[in-house]
Design a protein around this ligand. Sequence first.
Ligand code: P1T
Length: 379
Amino acid sequence: MKFATKAIHAGLEPDPSTGAIMTPIFQTSTYVQESPGKHKGYEYARTQNPTRDALQNNLAALENGKHALCFASGLAATDAILKLLNPGDEVISTNDLYGGTYRIFTKVFERYGIKFKFLSMDDAQHLEKHITNETKLFWIETPTNPLLNIVDIRLYTELAKKYNILTCVDNTFASPYLQNPLDLGADIVLHSVTKYIGGHSDSVMGAIITNHKDIYDSLKFIQNACGAIPGPQDCFLILRGIKTLHLRMERHCENAKKIASFLLQNPKVEQVFYPGLINHPNHLVAKKQMNDFGGMVSFSLKSQNIEDAFLFMRKLKLFSLAESLGGVESLVGHPASMTHASIPKSEREKNGLKDTLIRLSVGVEDASDLIEDLESAIG
Ligand code: P1T
């Protein structure tokens, strides 16, 4: 089955009792049992919910995976994956990544004895030198947030296998429409479903997809034991959003490409970060592992005065100043003070994230209106 068909049908059946084509919202906390232990496969809604099951089956199909689990947020999903580790274990992570992921790594899990190394994933030979007997997980975000670096997933999953290390790919920026990390050797895929998968800026959710039954069983145990599950209403909204994921992604990519080339030609713009540009350092890797280049574009103005960046953001009319991304409406963000403020300035700058960086989540509006908005705000 091709992606568009899977988005609309995979894992979904009409409701057996009524024929309702849309998966019902099973808004219940518990299920009546005939006699103790004799039930229809559902006991308590933290453990199982039919609306969540339908979404999990659909997401597994979209990532070409066997198993999926949904969580209360992307970070709740990250939390569950890190709970697979033990004190003393070490994670090697991309050095450019969502600020909240950096925060849960360094402020929560370091306290439980897990160690993190943040390294550029541009040079596999250099990274290999940092692998120790304790290294148990590679954490790969690609494209990265907010600098749109591209990591060669195949290269790093092969390196990981050599050392018996698991790989988790945060596929949030690409969405399953553009990139399927399990097909490239990854063990675990993570999504902030809040973003492109949901697509309408109306719910917060995370998901994990894997082909390994043992990893799935451990994560399902954690999902139930720790309890960070999404509610059925949100599962319904996400299922509805997924039905147009392929259509939205096509427009996001088309618009982002036009905006990246507009910015590249603007004399007031210093640098444009977009994997679809042929001058992007890993353009060819992006071309190899992605179906298109996504809807996120970051850039900086030539002026190094942060007030000029702020003025530009305030002047925009169609791009709303807000955290998050991946919705149908265009957003602008200032990573240094918003999504990445929890990373110390020195760390941010070491990895190339300047205070003047501006991040765009390009929506699915008309591209010429968006460009006009950017042009008048740049002035
Ligand atoms: O917000 P939440 O659903 O918990 O997802 C966290 C998360 C995980 N991974 C990536 C790559 C992300 O970008 C995020 C959340 N990011 C934002 C809110 C943002 O504006 O960048």
